[in-house]
Design a protein around this ligand. Structure first.
Ligand code: BGP
Length: 472
């Protein structure tokens, strides 16, 4: 990869920090949501998570020893502004300052995500959080505070993590806060507010830090038409417009895909977009520096008859293969499992070439540099009696994805960074602590554990990948 390329790893505040009610932090939507019985796997919470808040020095030292070049983490909004706006919590600011300084001390480039799904609960109670347009100014105020605070230290910024996922789970499938089901009209309106929050933050950022780099991270699942029957080609197009380009086009072009907007307008659920909104979205689109991509899997698009499967079905959150259900939009598409590919224990298809496809699509469609902000394998890991973790499956998964990434780079994609998910094991939002992603094993399960850290085989392997710039 090019000399400036960064080999990295990623995390998110709620999934790793713990100290949920310490050091002046306000309550977030997730702190509240996990209290509802049955919402998370075996009632697991991020109350303690893997205690990164208290062990960040140990974690960063492990990153440094590995030679990690960038560490992507998120800031918990409620640690900075416990009520979402108003008084600043200086202890929160101090924590992130120390974390950033610790990274810089070892030459690790910090990459900061402003929003990885934890909004201060106070804003939810005050005006409904993302449901109200009022959230836009509060988000921009929070973002601007951080830009000023960390100017000169943090060059790479991600506004919003996986807007498509947190809004889908929050307002359609009730699996994330605020736990709304099938509220399509609000879902699209919420998304519009998030887009405006992103866009106005980008504009503020470029005033404060014109030399910095900013973008949003999208959970991109490229699609393949089931076969050459044109009916499936149309299904693929509809899927892409509604499930991929709906977000990426706004980030990159500042407008919604027209056919998808028309479809939603006819359905009566399209968001209200004013002329002023259009101007802001376009201005921000012209200013973003990269497209952040979280890549895990691809989708198959198959025509779905009008009496076909609906959008809601069981998701595999247990790790028992084959328990996820096929879903889709009647009259448009459905997404069956790709029979050509293997799946993880959580039924996610493993498709390294999909990563290359994603990079090429973004390069051709948007002509933007790319930051792979997440990619990784969730698996059951075993700690041996001699405290080793032999995760050859993770090494295989990551090496095949990296091979495809390098091919994409050779084929003309400008890729700035690759962040694996994740560095240490951490909480999986819906799948608890048994679904592990890290290079570093953390001894904990749903109820607790020593929280001791152990290097997995993949830790040593990625160290070599970094040392050899991907040649090993
Ligand atoms: C992404 C999220 C991450 C992380 C990852 C793995 O969608 O941005 O926060 O959780 O997916 O997902 P999961 O934990 O559901 O396996």
């Amino acid at each position: 990869m090019p000399d400036t390329f960064l080999w990295g790893s990623a995390s998110a505040a709620y999934q790793i920090e713990g100290a949920a009610q310490e050091a002046g932090k306000g309550i977030s939507n997730w702190d509240e949501f996990v209290k509802i019985p049955g919402k998370t796997f075996k009632e697991s919470t991020g109350e303690v998570a893997v205690d990164h808040y208290h062990r960040y020095k140990e974690d960063v030292a492990l990153m440094a020893e590995m030679g990690l070049q960038t560490y992507r983490f998120s800031i918990a909004w409620a640690r900075i502004f416990p009520k979402g706006h108003g008084e600043v919590n200086l202890e929160g600011v101090q924590f992130y300052t120390e974390l950033i300084d610790e990274c810089l001390k070892y030459g690790i480039e910090p990459m900061v995500t402003l929003y990885h799904w934890d909004i201060p609960q106070a804003l939810v109670e005050e005006y409904g959080g993302w449901e109200s347009p009022k959230v836009v100014e509060d988000f921009v105020h929070y973002a601007t505070f951080l830009f000023n605070q960390f100017k000169g230290k943090v060059k790479y910024w991600i506004t919003i993590n996986e807007q498509n996922i947190f809004t889908t789970f929050g307002w359609l499938t009730a699996m994330h806060p605020p736990g709304k089901f099938d509220d399509e009209k609000m879902y699209y309106q919420v998304n519009h507010h998030v887009f405006l929050a992103h866009a106005k933050s980008v504009l503020a950022f470029k005033e404060i830090m014109p030399e910095g780099k900013i973008g949003a991270s999208f959970a991109y699942s490229p699609s393949y038409a089931l076969n050459s029957d044109p009916i499936h080609a149309m299904a693929k197009m509809d899927f892409d417009n509604l499930k991929n380009f709906w977000w990426m086009d706004v980030y990159a072009y500042g407008r919604y895909p027209k056919n998808a907007y028309h479809y939603l307008e006819q359905k009566g659920v399209a968001p209200i977009v004013t002329e002023a909104d259009q101007t802001i979205l376009k201005q921000a689109a012209a200013l973003i520096d990269f497209m952040g991509v979280n890549y895990y899997q691809t989708s198959v698009a198959e025509y779905n008859p009008i009496d076909g499967v609906g959008p809601y079905g069981e998701m595999n959150t247990t790790g028992k293969k084959g328990t996820g259900q096929v879903t889709g939009i009647p009259g448009l598409y459905k997404n069956p499992t790709n029979t050509h590919l293997k799946t993880t224990d959580w039924d996610w298809v493993i498709d390294p070439s999909g990563l290359r496809y994603a990079c090429k699509e973004i390069t051709s469609r948007y002509d933007l540099p790319i930051v792979i902000s997440e990619n990784g394998l969730g698996a059951f890991d075993t700690l041996t009696d001699t405290q080793e973790i032999h995760d050859a499956y993770r090494i295989e998964y990551l090496s095949k994805h990296i091979e495809e990434l390098m091919k994409a780079s050779e084929e003309g994609c400008e890729i700035w960074a690759y962040c694996t998910w994740s560095f240490t094991d951490l909480l999986s939002w819906l799948n608890g602590y048994q679904k592990r992603y890290g290079f570093v094993y953390v001894d904990r399960d749903e109820v607790g554990g020593s929280l001791n850290r152990y290097k997995k085989d993949s830790y040593y392997w990625y160290k070599e990948v970094i040392e050899t710039n991907g040649q090993s």
